[in-house]
Design a binder for this molecule. Sequence first.
Ligand SMILES: NC(=O)C1=CN([C@@H]2O[C@H](COP(=O)(O)OP(=O)(O)OC[C@H]3O[C@@H](n4cnc5c(N)ncnc54)[C@H](OP(=O)(O)O)[C@@H]3O)[C@@H](O)[C@H]2O)[C@@H](O)CC1
Ligand SMILES: Nc1ncnc2c1ncn2[C@@H]1O[C@H](COP(=O)(O)OP(=O)(O)O)[C@@H](O)[C@H]1O
Ligand SMILES: [K+]
Length: 483
Amino acid sequence: MRTVHTVEEIRAAEDALMATLPPGALMQRAVAGLVSTCARILGGPYGARVVVLAGGGNNGGDALWAGARLAGRGASVDAVLLRPDRAHPEGLAAFRDAGGRVTAGDDVRAGAALARADLVLDGILGIGGRGGLSDDAAELAARARADAGLIIAVDLPSGVDPDTGEAPGAHVVADVTVTFGTGKTALVVDPAAAAAGAVHAVDIGLAPYLPGPRTTVLEDADVAALLPEPGRESDKYSRGVVGVLAGSGQYPGAALLAVGGALRGGAGMVRYAGPDAVAATVRSRWPETIAGPSVAEVGRVQAWTVGSGLGDGRGADVAAAVGAGLPVLVDADGLRSLPDRFAGPALLTPHAGELARLLGVERAEIEARRLHHARAAAGRWNATVLLKGTTTLVVAPDGRVRVNSTGTSALAAAGTGDVLAGLAGSLLAAGLEPLDAGSVAAYVHGLAGQRAAAAGGYPSAGDVLQQLPAVLGSLRQADTAQG
Ligand SMILES: NC(=O)C1=CN([C@@H]2O[C@H](COP(=O)(O)OP(=O)(O)OC[C@H]3O[C@@H](n4cnc5c(N)ncnc54)[C@H](OP(=O)(O)O)[C@@H]3O)[C@@H](O)[C@H]2O)[C@@H](O)CC1
Ligand SMILES: Nc1ncnc2c1ncn2[C@@H]1O[C@H](COP(=O)(O)OP(=O)(O)O)[C@@H](O)[C@H]1O
Ligand SMILES: [K+]
């Protein structure tokens, strides 16, 4: 599991750790990790042309120290100081001692150095940054992106907001970010995360001083441990019966995909509530499905998945499923019929457009502040909110956040959301809490998208669905091998 902490938590942990170390030792740990990543990426620093962009704080200090070390190993290094009056004194002295050249940001030599750089180290702002670069820094960042070979951001790409994942103004767009101690929200939540590139973490010994993380990124082993495992005594009821209220005459495919997602996700049984014609289509593909005309008449279930492709005019059925006192997942058209607040476990699965409609804001505003708005909806409806997109977020009303790392644009195909709704519904029915059900489903769904894409061409939702057993099988196998 990868952890994410707030700037306040990181600063408190750094203070506690630094109190046990000689002055400057913590920064040297960070610098050692940064230099070894740079050296590895450069294939050896000897002869490389490096430019350090250094702001006036400790982030600039890291970059200047790293520049000094790289110069000591034969690199040709220039430092561009954005705040010459506040440059990190020890870092700057070490840099000069190692033979590095120093220029001011407005010097023409800065542009020339960037134009021939193999590597630019972005040390303009770190966790002290408030988001948005000043005009001179923005110009250097743009030149670096246009002209230089590779940009490595120190701790995080300068100009993004560390704690929100928002990018409110100009910012560095890095190829790689070398981050220290723990993850930051800006490294996992878009749009900021898109500017971080590949993230390498450097252990500086902070972990014992950090609190339990509110935000995490699940990995294979975490997901495998959370997946329900049918035991010898299991029957179809204990594995979980999922009620599916999805699809319509207009969108019968949504019913097929949601039922398929639930069955392939491990449900012991699926009960489908809907019109006879759609039910017949569902049963021709999934003959094991039990069907009934309405939520009230379909029989007992352990959780409901409602809304995918449902169309208009089914509000009473949605209300019946939501009011059944069971865990419920609400997707797509079901989101038009939400109660004032949920009293029991609930998982809402909007994409940005649906969340925009729910909250009465523009879609662009949701995309710019994804975590903020997912949190707002989770609080407003007392429900876990899974906000779909390039990086899917799952936010519980108590403030815990899971960020999905397996997303792929291969999932950008009609109907993949219906598969996700069925899959997550099966996990709710198996007894997972909404945060676990949503984050495990998003993870597995992303891996299925990757596998489907690897098989070639442009995968359809059906192709993604078809990969679920293989994904679940390999996660379980890895878990068994580890355990
Ligand atoms: N502590 C440790 O032991 C370790 C720390 N480490 C490193 O230190 C980094 C944090 O360093 P930091 O706290 O000095 O802040 P940093 O990000 O360099 O910003 C400097 C100043 O810039 C300013 N400023 C803010 N926003 C701005 C904007 N938009 N545009 C222009 N200026 C802006 C603001 O000053 P102000 O303007 O408020 O006076 C702010 O204080 C951390 O990310 C990691 O790299 C590692 O070495 C591990 C050990
Ligand atoms: N560019 C992308 N990168 C990663 N995942 C994506 C991307 N575009 C879409 N997805 C995923 O694809 C699924 C689409 O779901 P949704 O928007 O509900 O579509 P539909 O209603 O057609 O099924 C979601 O899981 C979403 O996170
Ligand atoms: K930086």
